[in-house]
Design a binder for this molecule. Structure first.
Ligand code: PRP
Length: 214
């Protein structure tokens, strides 16, 4: 039986914050994003794996990783069977609809809007609720280019500082929902490693509440 706890961390911006937060509760020493190394073991014998944000959930769902840290945008999009154990208070941003022309959303419901996004599930669900017909175009990055080049009328994307929208002359047409970083756990692993996982989530929560004692 696997006894070493494995935590999947996302590469990129969110990963940097996740490592800082884990280090603040005395874990993840030696873990660095400034190397091509993809696995690390800290002084508590916890293993960390660095994976693309969208893959964090896959590793946790399949039980290869016991825990993971990931944005709720990815959780909402992937609809996976993992257990969410803590809101980590960082990585705050929002899902928004953006484009050039805010009146596009007020047209008759028979108008079919072309929407480009990295988040097809979230996007379809949102417009289904509004009874707005859409033609969805899935793209994998630089979504802001789509309305600029006429690939779509509008986009659905996450907005953090708003700098990317602004730099490309787009504005928010409607905010959809809040997004933030979460700690997730494999359901089976949560039962078998309850004490250890509980201890980590309690320390993370105490840190957020400002009463963590290192
Ligand atoms: C995300 C998102 C926006 C940008 C928003 O992209 O898709 O493009 O960040 O951040 P801002 O509001 O602070 O400008 P990401 O950096 O992950 O790159 P990508 O476009 O290649 O997916």
């Amino acid at each position: 039986m696997k006894t070493q706890l494995t935590i999947a961390l996302p590469t990129g911006r969110l990963g940097e914050s996740a490592i800082k937060q884990l280090q603040a509760i005395g874990l993840a020493n030696n873990v660095s994003t400034k190397t091509r190394k993809l696995t690390f073991i800290d002084d508590s014998a916890i293993q960390y794996i660095m994976v693309k944000p969208v893959d964090v959930i896959t590793y946790v769902e399949k039980g290869v990783a016991d825990m993971g840290i990931i944005g709720s945008d990815v959780i909402m999009e992937q609809q996976s069977d993992v257990y969410e154990v803590a809101d980590l208070g960082f990585g705050q941003c929002k899902f928004s609809i953006a484009g050039f022309d805010s009146s596009l959303l007020n047209q008759t419901q028979d108008t079919v809007l072309t929407v480009a996004t990295k988040y097809p599930y979230v996007t379809k669900a949102y417009f289904r609720k509004r009874a707005q017909k859409i033609d969805l175009i899935k793209i994998n990055g630089s979504v802001e280019l789509a309305p600029l080049l006429g690939l779509s009328d509008i986009i659905v994307d996450i907005v953090e500082t708003g700098n990317t929208l602004k730099a490309n002359g787009l504005t928010i047409i409607e905010d959809m929902m809040e997004v933030s970083a979460k700690a997730i756990v494999n359901r089976v692993s949560y039962r078998f490693n309850y004490e250890r996982i509980r201890d980590i989530t309690e320390r993370l929560n105490a840190l957020l509440e400002g009463d963590f004692d290192a």
